[in-house]
Design a protein around this ligand. Structure first.
Ligand SMILES: Cc1ncc(COP(=O)(O)O)c(C=O)c1O
Length: 393
């Protein structure tokens, strides 16, 4: 059987989602960036679903406008613009099957087979699969403590002629790092200078529990080079599979045409639920999530400080779900991660996030989204003890 060139790398990567192992109660799950059950607004979803099905059942069950319902697009616009101007008059919003689909559409929109997509090194591992699966070639740009290295970015934009930059602006997956304002502005300038469109992916934006909100990269874009994607996954529920991509002019049109060509639109039921929740206001739920992640993130960080060997480095996120832990190069990271897994602590090896395969990567990602206080204490103590075993006292 002849598969397309696009699909071959996916067979080779052989990555498992890990979701199926979630039900094992003996494991400490620092590997999965899922919202916890107590984060879902279950009662509100029930109520909205019941009310809408009773009052207007056919509009829940029928086709909706290609590319998404107008009322949901307006609700997304209001939501995104409530702090800073993000969506402008001539922007188009396309409702997508989560942010994941927006990544796929962006690659389809800009790349022919084998074209380069720049992304952070490390970056969201599922995005790497998506880029490859759509025929793009992900190439990593170095990261600094405050996000993408602008010099390396400019050099690669100039010399590699990429067709797209994929970048995660807040609480990056996997590092937890957020871009400062000056980098956001500079990314816009470089995108325009080198004619490289940008997909800004920001599903964690609302989950800031420390520091001030910074406008999206898109806010600083004067030339229509930046498309923004986010979703309901981290503020309502990922199972809805409702996301969106906002882009100006031709690019916005392109997303909408592609989405329509691929699968017409996202489930009408899910769109209507999302719309009702956004219209009725999500501030209380989002405040609850910030508190929840804030507690878990600060606790995990302080336990890493308490238990880990002094040569171990870890990021200090101001929101989101992830901490990136880096062992010194002298550590045998494979043996370390194997032993950690044997002890029942699930983490994600850093190399899975590296566009180049990350042979030298001695990092791993921790997610605190599902960690109860006691699991966090127990799991980080196991990690800390192991860091001392592998690095000496
Ligand atoms: C950085 C990033 N982008 C996109 C997604 C996809 O989210 P969804 O498709 O559920 O909106 C995730 C999910 O974990 C993510 O971490």
């Amino acid at each position: 059987m002849q598969f397309s060139n696009n699909v071959r790398p996916l067979f080779e990567s052989g990555r498992e989602s890990g979701i199926d192992r979630l039900s094992d109660p003996n494991l400490i799950k620092f590997s999965i960036g899922n919202p916890p059950d107590e984060g879902f607004p279950i009662e509100r979803i029930k109520k909205a679903s019941q009310e809408l099905l009773e009052s207007d059942p056919c509009s829940m069950l029928s086709y909706s406008s290609a590319g998404g319902r107008a009322d949901l697009k307006q609700a997304v616009k209001n939501f995104l613009n409530r702090r800073y101007e993000t969506v402008r008059e001539n922007d188009e919003i396309t409702i997508t099957g989560g942010g994941q689909q927006a990544i796929a559409l962006a690659v389809q929109l800009f790349c022919n087979y084998g074209d380069i997509v720049l992304c952070e090194n490390p970056t969201f591992m599922a995005a790497l699969d998506t880029i490859k699966g759509m025929g793009g070639k992900p190439v990593g740009v170095k990261m600094e403590n405050d996000g993408i290295d602008l010099e390396d970015l400019e050099e690669k934009m100039r010399t590699l002629k990429p067709r797209l930059l994929y970048i995660i602006s807040d609480f990056q997956n996997p590092t937890g790092i957020s871009l400062p304002e000056y980098k956001r502005k500079e990314i816009c300038r470089l995108a325009y200078k080198y004619d490289v469109p940008v997909l800004e992916d920001n599903p964690y934006y609302e989950l800031r529990y420390d520091g001030e909100f910074i406008p999206f990269i898109k806010h600083y874009d004067q030339h229509g080079y930046v498309a923004l994607t986010s979703s309901m996954s981290k503020i309502i529920a990922p199972g809805l599979r409702v996301g969106y991509v906002v882009a100006e002019g031709e690019m916005g049109k392109g997303f909408s045409l592609l989405k329509t060509a691929v699968d017409l639109h996202v489930s009408t039921w899910a769109q209507r639920i999302s719309c009702k929740l956004l219209e009725d206001g999500m501030e209380d739920e989002i405040a609850h999530l910030r508190e929840l992640y804030g507690h878990r993130g600060r606790l995990m960080y302080s336990l890493l400080q308490k238990y880990c060997h002094r040569d171990v480095e870890f990021t200090k996120p101001q929101g989101g779900m992830f901490i990136w832990v880096t062992m010194p190069k002298r550590c045998d990271i494979d043996a370390f991660l194997d032993e950690l897994a044997q002890k029942g602590v699930m983490v994600v090896p850093g190399r899975q996030f590296c566009p180049d395969g990350g042979r030298d990567c001695t990092s791993f990602r921790l997610s605190y989204s599902l960690a109860s206080d006691s699991d966090c204490e127990r799991g980080i103590k196991i990690i800390g003890d192991l860091t001392r075993k592998y690095l000496g006292i």
